[in-house]
Design a protein around this ligand. Structure first.
Ligand code: SAH
Ligand code: SF4
Length: 325
């Protein structure tokens, strides 16, 4: 009898059933003694989320609104590539407490943290719907992953485990609004997960205005933490910068961004802003994004303009959930 403490062997058997063989009921786990299956069913019931809505973009990406057993809903996006890759953009929390003013998720506050299994279930739901293996994961849906650090890391380990989803660590990216404690912990993790940081402004007063919850954190402190991350891991991280007309798109903003990025092992991703209904924030022209990319590159800072996939589905980050309310 295994008693209260589950052996590593047994834990691996159960995880393999759920995450590698796609079992949705303990009954299916035929190599586990019946008494253990029954105990588990009582203590840790398996609940796969249901798909409430699914929208398919002209570019093939699919956006899902998933519902967990308690009625909590999150969004997840599946992004296939022509080279056979399938990426999933998953949520780390239902809602978000950070309140960034340009973000649809930030508007409604935080509903609750997601458990590790609930985060992995998003990947499984997409894998199931496409009928192909997920090769890449970005934690860039709803929520701030470093505000739910332990659950997110547990989920990433299940995704990365060779006997479970077997997704390469370098193919798993976590995007944070810049929580320094989280960046410091992430620096110490042994896996080579990738880091992205939502910067959106390199001038303190601009960032404070558009990311108000981060206003007590100095941009210099964030920079130091990122410099330590790059120094300790040897890995390049990326900055996300959504250009917003008349907000963070001036020459002064560009100069501040160049100064901020100099001598940092970073890459700048310029993102087209998705317009949020009822919000006054507007995207800038493609020409301006391209000229920012050229200026950054000329200053020796690797930069790219991110394609807006699924733009016909009303964009990313919380907008599907906002629409259905
Ligand atoms: N909370 C994390 C991860 C989820 S948000 C973070 O902020 O990084 C994923 C990305 O979408 C972030 O870079 C975020 O700033 C960006 N984003 C939010 N609202 C957006 C919008 N309306 N248009 C474009 N990008 C947006
Ligand atoms: Fe939260 Fe990220 Fe949206 Fe900010 S941008 S409100 S941190 S999900």
């Amino acid at each position: 009898m295994e008693g209260a403490c589950l052996s590593k062997f047994r834990a691996e058997q159960i995880l393999t059933w759920v995450y590698a063989k796609g079992a949705t009921r303990y009954e299916e786990m035929t190599n586990i003694p019946k008494v253990i299956r029954e105990q588990f069913d009582l203590a840790f019931p398996l609940h796969a989320p249901s798909i409430v809505t699914k929208q398919e973009s002209v570019d093939g990406s699919r956006k899902y609104l998933l519902e967990y057993h308690d009625g909590t809903q999150v969004e997840t996006v599946g992004l296939p590539s022509s080279d056979g890759r399938l990426s999933v953009c998953c949520s780390s929390q239902a809602g978000c407490a950070m309140g960034c003013v340009f973000c649809a998720t930030g508007r409604n506050g935080l509903t609750r943290n997601l458990a590790p299994g609930e985060i992995v279930d998003q990947v499984l739901a997409v894998q199931d719907d496409f009928g192909t293996r997920v090769t890449n994961v970005v934690v860039m849906g709803q929520g701030e992953p470093f505000a739910n650090y332990d659950a997110v890391m547990a989920a990433l380990r299940i995704m990365n485990h060779p006997k479970l989803l077997n997704i390469g660590a370098r193919h798993i990216t976590v995007s944070t609004c810049g929580l320094v404690d989280g960046i410091e912990r992430f620096t110490r993790e042994s896996e080579q997960f990738t880091l992205a940081v939502s910067l959106h402004a390199a001038r303190q007063e601009v960032r404070d205005r558009i990311m108000p919850t981060m206003a007590n954190q100095r941009l210099g402190t964030l920079r130091q933490a990122l410099d330590r991350y790059a120094g300790a891991t040897g890995r390049r991280f990326s900055f996300e910068y959504a250009l917003m007309e008349g907000v963070n798109d001036s020459e002064e903003d560009l100069d501040a961004l160049i100064t901020y990025c100099r001598r940092l092992l970073c890459h700048v991703n310029l993102i087209p802003l998705n317009e949020v209904e009822g919000s006054s924030f507007k995207p800038v022209s493609h020409q301006l994004m391209a000229s920012w990319r050229d200026s950054l590159e000329a200053a020796g800072i690797p930069a790219s303009v991110r394609r807006s996939r699924g733009a016909d589905l009303a964009g990313a980050c919380g907008q599907l959930a906002a629409q259905t309310k």
